[in-house]
Write a protein that binds this ligand. Sequence first.
Ligand code: TYM
Length: 340
Amino acid sequence: METVVSGIRPTGMVHLGNYLGAIRNFVRLQDDPLYKTFFFIADYHSLTTHADAQGLNDKVISALAIYLGCGLDPDKAVIYIQSHLPQIPELYLLFNMLAYKGELEKVPTFKEKVRSQEQRGQSINAGLLTYPVLMAVDIVIHRAHKVPVGKDQESHLEITRNLANRFNHLYGNGVPFFPEPYAFNYGEALVKVPSLDGTGKMSKSAENPGSAIYLLDEDEVIRKKVMKAVSDSGPTVPNQEKPEVIQNLFDMLSLASAPDTVQYFEEQYNNCTIRYGDLKKQLAQDMIQLVTPVRNQIKAYLHNKELLAKIARRGAEAARESAEATLQGAKKLVGMHYYL
Ligand code: TYM
């Protein structure tokens, strides 16, 4: 049986990008008998950019409700909060000895964060530089094979493989202790849900809240946001290539709508009769259909704090057991097995 690990940062409201790029796959994977699954809330990770103690507490609780509302089930998957596992910071320390400053500075997400934080006059902490090391540890702590994530996490998976292989090479005595983990999606390619404002991906930290559909958005809000999505004046030549903003609309349609709906609008685009207003109306309708049941479930879980606490404790226990076995195995290989 292969092991699956993934997580989300509790830094803001969870959006359709998180759902379609990652969480929807988590739910499928927990039901797949081929896999043992671990899903967590990456609260340490959110400290690299946010220091808001009360806010963090609320966001972790709501992230847990979101996981459950999306369909994660503690009877099928191990669901836990990262900081409940003391084994993670311990293995992180060991892995920091394997990571090179140069390779961390080259990570695209680090370079982006540096650019945006420096623009705002904020300094860069060491935790931000070593973010991919912590993420690697999140994955290897259960010796995972597959990591369901969106396209934006690809470079982090590459670093994870490098660090796991380096550990194996240095300490494994020819036997790989850590498997090589790969980003995973049930479809062919990893998913990138675009932002509604036509630039980049849908993101939690977007300055413009109209550019993302949040799982807690009400139907009318979703409809308004989608109707305002950037488009253009329409194709003028049959079968013409789609500009990026239009491709984005089609990408969202293929993630949220049925294949024949996508085909219908493709044909209309190709023969230049498409009306983007109709496409957006359909897209909004299909997104609402996806989000409404999830939103109602999330709200129900948010009202049951005791149940959330119980689930978090149960998950922590199971996750610690798995993490402890890995940590002890790794420390032994490193040579740290004296007097115990
Ligand atoms: P985070 O919290 O930014 O996002 C959670 C998941 O959602 C995916 N995602 C998207 N997918 C498609 N389109 C989008 N617009 C979009 N936006 C976000 C992300 O790819 C991710 O799968 N570093 C991670 C959290 C993390 C983690 C881990 C993940 C920490 N340790 C170990 C996997 C394994 C992050 O910031 O995700």
